[in-house]
Design a protein around this ligand. Structure first.
Ligand SMILES: [Zn+2]
Length: 318
């Protein structure tokens, strides 16, 4: 395995036009009290409330200043009500982070219900049929976003892929005096098998795939993906996101040309797990590969990159 010196990485950072400011670190905050590494995502932990400060001290130390929080509640129910509790795990965590780190950390929160309801779907079901009720769901999403705003979040990130979610959240925030809170929409969350490690380990304890293809966007139609993004911008999104990342370089390039607001991409759990698995058995060098990947994402047009490898890779960036 080749080892490069610090100058090599410094030069990499300069040449790639990449800095630590381009990175966003995903953090799973868990209402249980276990500090637990995820089986299929080595190096990534479910972090209980009493370990959040310690974990974020490491994040700040690494020079990464932006995090996205995903909550793992203790209890789920049919209406996902734990998601709007003012003492919910995300709401409590936001207050703790703000009071301990102030502006040193910019907080983004995932706004969805799949981790809070008992189906694992990103929407609430209609009473009689097993189909997602879009309007009921966006009302709940707007209340989740408001509860995060009250708890001190900087940016809310709706990820359900429901129609009109950005518009309804923006209205709810504005009417309650939180018009400074920004919205990062998971605009082009493509239907993919690559979310499975995250989903099965953290949100929904099932080995079965949950079919979300009726509301996630298909990956084979770039015009539809572009429309999703244009709709979200029209509804008032301040930033938009494309995920998964590795298979979306053409989309990132295409969208960047028409998009005047920041474009975020996420290297998702399945991508992280693949890289870990391949590097663990010696197929390639993990660091070299990730530097190549994030450089390609930046080159294609990504402004910010959400990656589980943020803390590892920040060592090699200015
Ligand atoms: Zn979801």
């Amino acid at each position: 395995m080749i080892h490069y010196d610090d100058d090599y990485y410094y030069e990499f950072s300069k040449k790639s036009n990449l800095t630590k400011n381009n990175l966003i670190f995903p953090l799973f905050v868990d209402e249980s009290n276990k500090f637990q590494e995820l089986n299929v995502m080595p190096g990534i932990f479910k972090v209980p409330y009493n370990k959040i400060i310690q974990t974020l001290e490491e994040v700040v130390e690494s020079g990464v200043h932006s995090i996205i929080l995903f909550g793992i509640p203790r209890l789920r129910n049919s209406m996902g009500t734990a998601a709007i509790s003012k003492n919910g795990i995300v709401q409590k965590s936001l207050k703790l982070i703000k009071s301990n780190f102030g502006n040193k950390i910019s907080t983004i929160t995932d706004v969805c219900i799949c981790q809070y309801n008992d189906t694992g779907h990103c929407g609430l079901f209609k009473k009689t049929k097993k189909v997602v009720d879009n309007d009921l769901t966006i009302e709940l999403l707007s209340n989740i976003a408001l509860s995060h705003a009250i708890a001190g979040v900087d940016i809310v990130a709706p990820s359900s892929m429901m129609d009109g979610q950005v518009k309804r959240i923006k209205e709810k925030l504005d009417i309650n005096g939180y018009n400074k809170i920004k919205i990062l929409s998971f605009s082009a969350k493509q239907s993919s098998s690559l979310y499975k490690p995250f989903r099965s380990e953290t949100f929904f304890h099932s080995t079965n795939e949950i079919d979300k293809s009726t509301y996630q966007v298909p990956y084979h139609n770039p015009r539809e993906i572009q429309r999703e993004i244009e709709n979200d911008i029209h509804e008032g999104s301040n930033m938009v996101m494309i995920k998964p990342a590795m298979s979306s370089l053409d989309l990132i390039y295409r969208i960047k040309k028409i998009c005047t607001i920041p474009l975020v991409v996420q290297i998702v759990s399945g991508e992280y797990s693949m890289i870990k698995a391949a590097s663990t058995i010696g197929l390639f060098d993990e660091t070299m590969y990730i530097l190549n990947l994030i450089s390609a994402l930046k080159r294609s047009g990504a402004d910010k990159i959400i990656t589980y490898s943020s803390l590892h890779i920040s060592k090699f960036l200015i």
